[in-house]
Design a protein around this ligand. Sequence first.
Ligand code: SF4
Length: 366
Amino acid sequence: MMQSEKRLWGEKPFHSLDYQWKEQYGGKVYRLSLQTGCTCPNRDGTLGERGCIFCSAGGSGDFAAPARLPVQEQIRRAKALVEGKLPKQGLAGYIGYFQSFTNTYGPVPRLREIFSEAMAEEDILGISIGTRPDCLPEEMVEMLGELNRRKPVTVELGLQTIHEKSAEFIRRGYGLPVFEDAVKRLKQAGLEVVVHVILGLPGETEEMMKETVSWIGDFRTPKGGIDGIKLQLLHILRGTDLGDLYLEDHGENAGKDRGRSGISRGICWNDYSLEEYVDLVIDLLEILPPEMTVHRITGDAPRKLLIAPLWSGDKKRVLNTFTRRFSERDTWQGKLYHSSIIGGKVYENRTGKMGPGAQGRALQNV
Ligand code: SF4
């Protein structure tokens, strides 16, 4: 396989969000966690009541101020939380981040008001909205496209995996074609699209994760590809169905850094050690397009809820291990990337196998 030429983004061997923001806004940018108060169709009984198998009661966002507060007050409180971390100079501003639950699962006029209020603050540079692809009706996409003409709007979609068997296990509640359609419409409306992928889902092999990442890297619409990716380590949390299954299976070994575990009760757990996880992420970054922004390579879990892996709570150790392994492997994002788009059609992904959307033919016209 051909290697691309070595490159760095700032000091990092991958195209980080920090780097993108510095290029885009000329300084350091912080994210403020905000809430719309929307629930989720996977929790309110429309699709299900227990949510995705890994999702905590906070709806995959346990850090924001209460949703009942007006947006300005949420912003004030969120700023107070990051105050100690801010640089003395070089702060460009903030991104309002609506992370928890499904932030387009509500009436368009009410959501327009909430998002507009957040954007009205001068130092809010743009907003980022976490949602599901099956909660993006046409009028919602239109509204977001309209706001995007005022300040940048990013839409983050929790795909997690392209493999339908895993999607069923985690109770995601929508199929891959729904995701493809949503991305096309969001891109058509001029919005930036970021995709979340969970690494280490039970039953997934490294090859399967490579297929997911490779498929995302190759996905094209007439308005371009997916802009960013969030690689999120699977956190096993207390109070989730996945947490209960894990505790039943692991007993007193729960969370121990003991390397890959085997199959128990038919569930094949991926209990990565820190080193294994870091090498997996680096393998995935190598096959991503260099222009795709990497929003995250691990993820934060609320300490009081975290069952496993416990090493993920030591952020400094995790980041140091990334730095060391990147340097030992002398590698970078996109090192092994080569586009598989030939003559306007995507024929196969970089794992050499057809992606699940391919079904033995070209994936899509580009
Ligand atoms: S779609 Fe998001 S908020 Fe809803 S249950 Fe799944 S992870 Fe939780």
